[in-house]
Design a protein around this ligand. Structure first.
Ligand code: UDX
Ligand code: ADP
Length: 493
């Protein structure tokens, strides 16, 4: 399918009569070889064969991995495209200074996590990585550059970047663009090949407009012009936060409804279907679940909230903060239900967690609801057995260690190393994870879970065998007929 999309894009090459077809950009660098930078530059390289792309990262191991077939990022279809362009016009290099020096355009795709210290702790974005890059660009540059912010950043970050680079005293002209990424993990390649829209924000005035067109001309190789939106810098940055806030709000709205369904006997999937068929609402992002995760939703909304508070807009801040609160409530509610149904204690009980990634088709587990559920169960002294098709054991243990310092999870204490070491076993085989377990919890909607031999699983578990489907992917009635005590989100048992 991706090969078809790759070919299809070519028809957009050089649309007649467009002013944006000047070919000045020959060398592009991208700082940050993570979930955003790696896939984005790969698709750019495939679509712009005459431009040379160099991706750099301060982590040399990550760069080394990008140069093998064992890529640090798992995305369906990605490896095929990387293989086609790597060594031709796409290069992964540890030499950041050289990449900056050689490029006419530099993408910033470094991480912008929520600040874990000082002013704005737990709310504001931590811009130290962005600032470090901006300083390095300022120091190294000897020729004019267009800097494109590609990480998720709060509004007015471009201004900070411009401030840093413009005062470096080396007479280089820097222009700053905001080009937020809208790719969702697990579908990154498709999202990049067929974007709903591309947003390019630039500075006011002719220089800003010119920079916007330089970037637009690259996208013109595969994206129809009407899908390329040109805006002010601030509008582009705020649009990214707002789009994610709206999506997360839909999920939180459905998750709030799921609690009503459980209490009243309605079925949340039926409600979602009926609501989604209203063409004014639409069917997407209405799936009730154990909670949303990922690197963007929570972080972006917290940014929005922080911004609102900064500008004294407390009512607006409270409004958006509630989206996060419902998500926290949903994760906690799920963990609580597991403990209650297992006769009010999970101490010493083997509990299988199927799925750790924050959604299917990715090896990313940032903010995954699984780690919050796991932490709650560990506090209750459960014996956890985890299986995920893509997330490594190291990553799972790291996530739990991160929980030790996490403070947003009200009611939870931090986990000790002993709790993690003694309470968590990671399996490579799902059937081993469930063998002898009191309960199996589905925490990620991996397709393979629906194909398991659930009769065999039931047989191997302790009785009564509990099945908690946090993603509503299993056929509830069929599972009950096998003999499981089934609990799904937004369905009364
Ligand atoms: C999101 C945005 O979709 C993307 O545009 C942005 O650029 C980055 O952030 P991502 O975090 O990769 O992408 O995943 P997404 O598909 O949006 O899912 C986010 C979370 O919501 C996942 O944990 C997912 O399982 C959950 N979700 C999504 C639901 O629980 N129900 C739904 O109906 C949809
Ligand atoms: P995202 O999902 O935003 O892509 P990742 O954490 O996957 O986030 O990727 C960000 C990458 O940026 C990481 O690989 C990190 O090592 C890299 N990085 C952070 N700061 C710098 C820097 N100053 N110079 C180069 N690379 C950096």
């Amino acid at each position: 399918m991706y090969a078809v999309l790759l070919e299809k894009g070519r028809s957009f090459t050089n649309p007649p009569g467009k002013t944006n077809m000047r070919k000045t950009i020959q060398n592009i660098s991208c700082i940050g070889a993570g979930y955003v930078g790696g896939p984005t530059m790969t698709v750019f390289a495939a679509k712009c064969p005459d431009v040379r792309f160099v991706v750099v990262d301060s982590n040399p191991e990550k760069i080394a991995a990008w140069n093998t077939d064992n890529l640090p990022v798992f995305e369906p279809g990605l490896l095929d495209i990387v293989r086609k362009v790597r060594g031709k016009n796409l290069f992964f290099s540890p030499d950041i200074d050289r990449a900056i020096d050689e490029a006419e355009m530099i993408f910033l795709s470094v991480n912008t996590p929520t600040k874990s210290y000082g002013l704005g702790k737990g709310m504001a974005a931590d811009l130290k990585y962005v600032e470090r890059c901006a300083r390095q660009i300022a120091e190294v540059s000897r020729t004019d550059k267009i800097i494109v912010e590609k990480s998720t950043l709060p509004v007015r970050t471009a201004e900070s970047i411009r401030d840093i680079v413009s005062d470096c005293g080396n007479r280089v002209r820097f222009r700053v663009l905001s080009n937020p990424e809208f790719l969702a993990e697990g579908t990154a390649v498709r999202d990049l090949l067929e974007p709903d829209r591309v947003l390019i924000g630039g500075e006011d005035g002719p220089e800003g407009a010119e920079a916007i067109e330089e970037l637009a001309s690259l996208y013109a190789n595969w994206v129809p012009d009407e899908r390329i939106i040109r805006t002010k810098l601030w509008s582009s940055e705020l649009s990214k936060l707002t789009a994610n806030a709206f999506l997360a709000q839909r999920v939180s709205s459905m998750n709030a409804v799921s609690a009503i369904c459980e209490a009243t006997g309605a079925d949340v999937d039926e409600v979602a279907k009926a609501v989604g068929m209203d063409s004014r609402v639409g069917p997407k992002f209405l799936k009730a679940s154990v909670g949303f995760g990922g690197s963007c939703f929570q972080k972006d909304i917290l940014n929005l909230v922080y911004l609102c508070r900064h500008y004294g807009l407390d009512e607006v801040a409270d409004y958006w903060e509630q989206v996060i609160r419902i998500n926290d409530y949903q994760k906690r509610r799920f963990a609580k239900m597991v403990i209650e149904k297992l006769f009010n204690t999970v101490a010493g009980k083997k509990i299988a967690l199927l799925g750790w990634a924050f959604k299917k088709d990715t090896n990313d587990s940032r903010e995954t609801p699984a780690m919050y559920v796991a932490a709650e169960l560990l506090q209750d002294q459960a014996d956890l057995h985890v299986y995920d098709p893509r997330v490594s054991e190291e990553r799972i243990c790291e996530d739990l260690r991160f929980m030790e310092t996490w403070e947003g999870w009200q009611g939870s204490k931090s986990l000790t190393e002993a709790q993690i070491q003694g309470g968590v076993t990671v399996h490579k085989d799902p059937y081993e994870a469930v063998d002898g377990a009191h309960a199996a919890l589905v925490l990620t909607e991996w397709d393979e879970f629906t194909g398991y031999d659930w009769q065999r699983i039931h047989k191997s578990m302790r009785k009564p065998a509990f099945l908690f489907d946090g993603r509503n992917i299993l056929p509830g009635r069929a599972m009950s007929e096998i003999g499981f005590r089934v609990y799904q989100v937004g369905k009364s048992g």
